[in-house]
Design a protein around this ligand. Structure first.
Ligand code: ADP
Ligand code: MG
Length: 215
């Protein structure tokens, strides 16, 4: 099964809704160990993607990822703006001339996450969004190398994302604003990990419905 950018409007809409529904909780998380702006930063980016969602749906993946990366780079701001911009520009490069299916997406997503690691000079365990994205990328790579049915992969991706988000609670922040708090950063979930998990779970829901609804 392969996916086309015709899916993008429903993905962007679902992501905007889930971020809106959890905005207060995410704000509280970023207020506890950051400066509180993470959710509004992200919402600006999602507004920009909403405005161009139809145009995106008519592009190929490489062009759509590139346009999204540029939009996020210029609209989001904060640390997360350049990190999400970097993610999508790297996805664009990796997606060039490829059909998107589980196997190709696992490779493309791993290249995107590697670019975020480089841009943020961060690795797993530093209490950032990468504590969601790295385990998801690793799992996708493993699942793609076996023949796990897509519906099972989607269900597991959601669990991996939630576990990654939860794992940030007890971590010591060593990157980003939360690192200024040193030991006091422990005991709070990282805001960027929370929004990463919410967005991944929203994508999983849309794709799962797509799989189970006859065309
Ligand atoms: P800012 O920290 O500039 O206010 P945001 O509030 O929008 O930006 O985003 C903060 C989130 O960005 C953090 O919760 C964390 O998940 C992520 N983050 C911050 N620094 C890094 C980094 N170096 N590498 C990866 N993710 C990071
Ligand atoms: Mg912030």
């Amino acid at each position: 099964m392969s996916f086309t950018p015709a899916l993008l409007p429903s993905l962007i809409e679902a992501i905007q809704l889930v971020i809106e529904a959890n905005a207060e909780e995410v704000s509280a998380l970023d207020q506890a160990i950051g400066d509180g702006d993470h959710v509004t930063n992200l919402q600006r980016g999602l507004e920009a993607l909403m405005a161009e969602r139809v145009e995106l749906s008519e592009m190929d993946w490489a062009a759509a990822f590139q346009k999204m990366g540029m939009s996020l780079m210029s609209s989001v701001g904060g640390a997360s703006g350049s990190l999400y911009g970097t993610l999508f520009l790297a996805l664009s490069k990796a997606a060039k001339d490829q059909d998107l299916n589980l196997h190709s997406f696992a490779g493309i997503f791993n290249r995107g996450v590697d670019a975020v690691k480089q841009r943020g000079r961060a690795v797993a365990g530093e209490k950032t969004m990468l504590d969601v994205y790295i385990p998801v990328a690793d799992y996708l790579q493993t699942a793609a190398s076996k023949s796990v049915p897509l519906s099972d992969v989607l269900a597991t991706v959601a669990q991996v994302a939630i576990a990654g988000m939860e794992s940030t609670r007890d971590m010591l922040a060593t990157k980003g604003r939360a690192s200024f708090l040193e030991e006091r950063s422990r005991g709070h979930i990282d805001a960027g990990a929370k929004t990463g998990q919410l967005m991944i779970c929203a994508i999983v829901d849309v794709l799962t419905k797509q799989l189970t609804t006859p065309a």
